[in-house]
Design a protein around this ligand. Structure first.
Ligand code: BGC
Length: 266
């Protein structure tokens, strides 16, 4: 059987670890050639590229700071030089720099907004320009697909994390406004909003039994998410199977956004 993303070219930002690495691997398993962007850790990105190659795929690790315009241009140039163009762009790079509001520095605020929100702006903008430059390709019904990695915190307020929650709330309207603007060009823009996924970013929330028990009170489905849960969602959103899905946030969160605190209260 033909793989869902056969012949397509993908770029995943922030793909050297966590959700980004899981998404890059899942796209490669679905038949895409994948560019693995990383910021500072070349080694895990190269390891992932080798792993993808050993499964018969093609992967290119590329360093870039997604909040830097010149870096993002150079990253797209590297993708086009190697693969000719790109069909699927996953704007995934993100970080947390948590602090109580009164103690949060301007640097904490800027770092998170620059990477999580401005990084997605720059990545999505260069993706749109590349889709427009090269025109339609027979590998996909859409001219191109952009997937923004959001979070349940695009709708769930998060004390102690105002920079992060603000960045994800911003991604919600960046994604929808962009989706509305470019849908007539047959560019599909959607988001994935993961809940608690087992990655290094939230290790404190799952590494001990006490923390995990506390976390699971927030997850009606009763388990933590794995990067594969997000990888499978990304493959679907990138494929023609979801061709009529435009401007939507797909929550992959075990029900975290169902307000579980109200199950026996209120
Ligand atoms: C955050 C994680 C957190 C999860 C659920 C994610 O966006 O990065 O640290 O565990 O949301 O609260």
């Amino acid at each position: 059987m033909q793989k869902a993303l056969a012949g397509q070219i993908a770029l995943v930002t922030g793909a050297s670890s966590g959700i980004g690495a899981g998404v890059a691997k899942a796209l490669a398993e679905a038949g895409a050639h994948v560019t693995i962007n990383y910021h500072s850790h070349a080694e895990p990105a190269e390891k992932l590229a080798d792993e993808i190659a050993s499964l018969g795929g093609e992967a290119l690790p590329v360093a870039a700071d997604v909040s830097d315009e010149d870096d993002v241009d150079a990253m797209f140039k590297a993708v086009v030089d190697r693969f000719g163009t790109v069909d699927i762009v996953v704007a995934n790079s993100g970080l947390q720099q948590d602090a109580a509001f009164a103690d949060m520095t301007l640097a904490d605020w800027r770092k998170v907004i620059d990477t999580n929100l401005t990084g997605q702006f720059l990545t999505a903008q260069r993706a749109v320009r590349e889709f427009q430059r090269r025109g339609p390709r027979p590998v996909s019904k859409a001219l191109g697909k952009i997937i923004c990695m959001s979070s349940v915190h695009e709708v769930i307020p998060w004390a102690g994390h105002v920079n992060y929650a603000a960045s994800k709330g911003g991604i919600q309207m960046l994604m929808k406004s962009l989706a509305q603007e470019v849908a007539p060009q047959r560019i599909r823009v959607n988001s994935i909003a993961p809940g608690a996924i087992r990655t290094p970013i939230n290790q404190d929330a799952w590494a001990s039994k006490e923390a995990m028990d506390r976390l699971l009170t927030l997850v009606p489905y009763g388990r933590i998410g794995e990067v594969d849960d997000i990888g499978r969602a990304a493959v679907w959103l990138a494929s023609d199977e979801s061709d009529y899905v435009v401007g939507t946030t797909l929550f992959v969160d075990g029900g975290m956004t169902l307000y579980p605190g109200f199950a026996d209260n209120g």
